[in-house]
Design a protein around this ligand. Structure first.
Ligand SMILES: NC(=O)c1ccc[n+]([C@@H]2O[C@H](COP(=O)([O-])OP(=O)(O)OC[C@H]3O[C@@H](n4cnc5c(N)ncnc54)[C@H](OP(=O)(O)O)[C@@H]3O)[C@@H](O)[C@H]2O)c1
Length: 236
């Protein structure tokens, strides 16, 4: 399948590499390919410059967000959460009618908060929107012709594409999805199965994106406590 991964961060790279390995025709999207390839410093999260990653992953083209989305049948959103609605709204024509898998968290970094939460990687970002709205719903409202599915967001970049890397290799943990279109969720479920997920819990329509995004703080807290990769399992 022709898939666009919009985003050159650690998550976007992980999805692109896995989809390429699975035999999909993947294009990564960025604001300005030349500028992205010219970078020589690690990104905000410490990922090496994109050019360095690309040298280890030949055969994955880099294009503008618009060109990548236009050529794709299915699109994955890995654009920084705070900028995602604006960036995706500009792609309304290229995205129309397509499935858009959104894994972004609406983090605002370095917030000036009354009660900052110090973490190993600085003050915990603030969530906005939160509680009574979500980024997934904002994207869906901004792009009514697009089938938005919230998924991947409750896992880290290394384990989302390799669930069996957690739990002594059995990978028996739970992946959540939500969205308003049943066929779109079916397509994403198939993708997740190809990644190796077996316990995929459909949380219903996109309202559930609120809980999935708000879980980010809990996921961080568990990660700080354990100091390593983990998954969560819903015991029915
Ligand atoms: N990485 C993970 O493990 C993980 C797990 C779950 C959820 N998430 C969430 O998923 C989202 C993506 O995460 P990530 O780590 O893959 O990447 P990221 O570093 O959060 O975002 C990188 C992407 O955002 C784009 N971007 C940044 N500022 C922009 C702006 N002003 N306008 C348009 N685009 C802009 C960058 O464009 P350029 O390519 O042009 O630089 C780049 O493609 C985030 O919301 C993150 O919180 C990440």
């Amino acid at each position: 399948m022709k898939i666009a991964v919009l985003g050159t961060g650690g998550g976007g790279r992980a999805h692109a590499a896995k989809l390429h390995e699975l035999g999909h025709q993947v294009t990564v999207g960025t604001r300005d390919p030349e500028a992205t390839l010219a970078r020589t410093e690690p990104d905000m999260m410490g990922n090496p410059p994109y050019r360095q990653w690309l040298a280890d992953h030949p055969g994955i083209p880099l294009a503008t967000f618009a060109d990548a989305a236009a050529a794709a049948e299915l699109v994955i959103n890995g654009i920084d959460g705070h900028n995602a609605v604006r960036a995706l709204t500009a792609l309304a024509d290229q995205l129309a009618g397509k499935v858009l898998v959104d894994y972004a968290v609406p983090f605002i970094y370095n917030p000036d908060t009354e009660h900052p939460w110090p973490t190993p990687w600085g003050v915990m970002p603030r969530l906005d929107p939160v509680d009574i709205d979500s980024l997934g719903e904002q994207i869906q409202r901004a792009l009514p012709d697009v089938k938005v599915v919230k998924a991947f967001v409750t896992q880290e970049q290394d384990t989302v594409v390799s669930p069996r890397a957690v739990g002594d290799g059995d990978g028996d943990h739970t992946m959540f999805i939500a969205g308003n279109d049943a066929d779109a969720k079916q397509a994403v479920t198939q993708l997740l199965k190809n990644y190796g997920w077996s316990d995929i819990l459909d949380l219903g329509d996109l309202h559930a994106a609120r809980g999935m995004e708000m879980y980010a703080h809990m996921h961080s807290a568990i990660g700080f406590a354990l100091g390593g990769h983990f998954g969560i399992k819903v015991i029915r």
